[in-house]
Design a protein around this ligand. Structure first.
Ligand code: C2O
Ligand code: CU
Length: 508
């Protein structure tokens, strides 16, 4: 746990930082953006294990089998989801990234509070990676948990470019025999329209905008759904949760768990009575999922990489970008793990097999999904997991809203780049007053940080992505311990593309 000596990279960054600090010195103190020096010295504080994990990552076009249907799409390494990256907290991770896509791309490490100049946001923290280009990522992973990665370029996330990133805890308390990662997705590429066509259609039609009672995806549902009947997929409209129109803007032809549709799902095997840790990641672009494991209750243990007081539930809800970990004690037989898109038609599932038994029909909806799903308001930080208590030095508003005029989504009335960034000084705690002033749900995500619901030092859970229901809000406290310039945005890929992004800028 001793800080390692300053690395060559840090020295280099420090040298570069001198220039910008000197250039800004004339502006007076207290309001200058932090530079490379602050980023490097914050990084030098991160506890290190002394181990290095080296990975190679290739973004490439590929054919993937979605479970009975083969499509051409973009992937990491030809697989869907891409192969998991894994390290232990404190490890140095080097990722040699190779862009074999026909356009620029980027890689963002969602939820990891790593150094700012490795966050992978093009034109903000890193240059875009050109077609045929490479980039060497090199960072220390600070905290254990379930994370993932994806491009931060246009709508590329709504293709097959996503994969889990698991950070193990050197002091893992365990309490389970096996572990499965379950990645949820909504799928159109190569089946329905391309993400770019979907976006053009939303722009043309003004989307549903969730501003009225017109429901979701006006004009989208029929068009995108046509010709998909052959996939089956057990479209369900059981009405157990509201089809109220706040679930998303796009009706997708397919929903996937681990890259597979219901027609030929991923099969997860274990023995009866084994305890399995499920690491559930919502990698979808426009879809909130309610999930349940038929015949089982789930003991939810973590969200977004932070421990919560273990909480039992029959089902839980994940917004895009959110992660929940839960432990299930397995029965004997065959059980569908089902992800139902909130406010949309269709299902995704994987199959858990611990013994003999017939496979339930693809469209079967577990009774567990009839109960109210667990959400962020139902959980509390585990002892020792909350942010340290601190009086906030500032309070800042984050109002999420949309305009019925065209397909425009805003934060504090503005679209990105025309944004007025949130600001913090290093070491401060700032209170974010998040308010959803629209009739659509938005998963709000902050890069490089976690925030705590309710006051710092209180009992709220710590997260990096929070699903904000229509016309509701949350007050969260964020500790400014990772200097840089960071994205803050809605994790609906189409909302982000339509402007629903801002920044958190550190000032000296
Ligand atoms: Cu997964 Cu900017 O986010
Ligand atoms: Cu949104």
């Amino acid at each position: 746990m001793t800080p390692t000596p300053v690395t060559r990279r840090a020295l280099l960054a420090a040298t570069l930082g001198l220039g910008s600090a000197a250039a800004l010195a004339a502006c007076g103190s207290g309001s200058q953006p932090v530079g490379a020096t602050a980023i490097a010295s914050a990084d030098a504080q991160r506890p290190r294990s002394g181990r290095t994990r080296a990975y190679r990552l290739v973004a490439q076009p590929a054919q993937v089998d979605l479970g009975g249907r083969t499509v051409d799409t973009w992937t990491y390494g030809g697989a869907l989801p891409g192969a998991m990256l894994r390290a232990t907290a404190g490890d140095r991770v080097r990722v040699d990234f190779d862009n074999r896509l026909p356009e620029e791309t980027s890689v963002h490490w969602h939820g990891l509070a790593i150094r700012n100049d490795m966050d992978g946001v093009p034109h903000l923290t890193n240059p875009p990676v050109a077609p045929g280009g490479r980039f060497g990522f090199d960072f220390v992973v600070p905290e254990p948990g379930t994370y993932w990665f994806h491009p931060h370029t246009g709508l590329q996330l709504d293709r097959g470019l996503y994969a889990p990133f698991i950070i193990d805890d050197p002091h893992e308390p365990g309490g389970y025999d096996a572990e499965w990662v379950l990645v949820l997705d909504d799928w159109t590429d190569g089946v329905g329209r391309s993400p770019e066509q979907v976006y053009a259609e939303l722009k043309r039609s003004g989307g549903s905008m969730g501003m009225g009672s017109t429901g979701m995806g006006s004009g989208m549902g029929s068009g995108m759904g046509s010709g998909m009947g052959s996939m089956g997929g057990g479209a369900s409209d059981d009405g157990a949760t509201g089809m109220g129109g706040d679930g998303g803007d796009v009706a997708y032809p397919l929903y996937l768990v681990n890259g597979r549709a219901t027609t030929d799902p991923d099969v997860l095997r274990a023995k009866p009575r084994q305890r399995v840790r499920l690491r559930i990641i919502n990698a979808a672009a426009d879809t909130i999922f309610d999930v349940a494991l038929a015949g089982h209750r789930l003991r939810v243990t973590d969200t977004d990489g932070h421990r919560i007081r273990p909480t039992d539930t029959a089902s839980l809800r994940l917004g895009m970008g959110e992660r929940y970990d839960a432990v299930a004690t397995l029965q004997d037989g065959v059980f569908p793990f089902v992800a139902r898109p909130y406010g949309k038609h269709g299902l995704a599932r994987a199959l858990v097999r611990t013994g003999a038994g017939t496979v339930p029909t693809p469209g079967v909806v577990p009774t567990e999904l009839a109960s109210k799903p667990l959400t962020v308001v139902d959980v509390q930080a585990a002892p020792g997991s909350a942010l340290p208590p601190a009086e906030p030095a500032s309070t800042q508003d984050l109002t999420l809203s949309g305009s019925m005029n065209g397909y425009v989504w805003t934060i504090n009335g503005r679209t990105y780049d025309d944004t007025q960034p949130l600001t913090v000084h290093p070491g401060e705690t700032t209170r974010l007053r998040i308010r959803n002033a629209s009739m659509m749900s938005h998963p709000l995500h902050v890069h490089g940080h976690t925030f705590q619901l309710g006051p710092a030092g209180g009992i709220g859970p710590r997260k990096d992505t929070i699903l904000v229901p229509p016309m509701l809000g949350f007050e969260v406290d964020l500790r400014a311990d990772n200097p840089g310039r960071w994205m803050v945005h809605c994790h609906n890929a189409y909302h982000a593309e339509a402007g629903m992004m801002t920044r958190l800028d550190y000032l000296t």
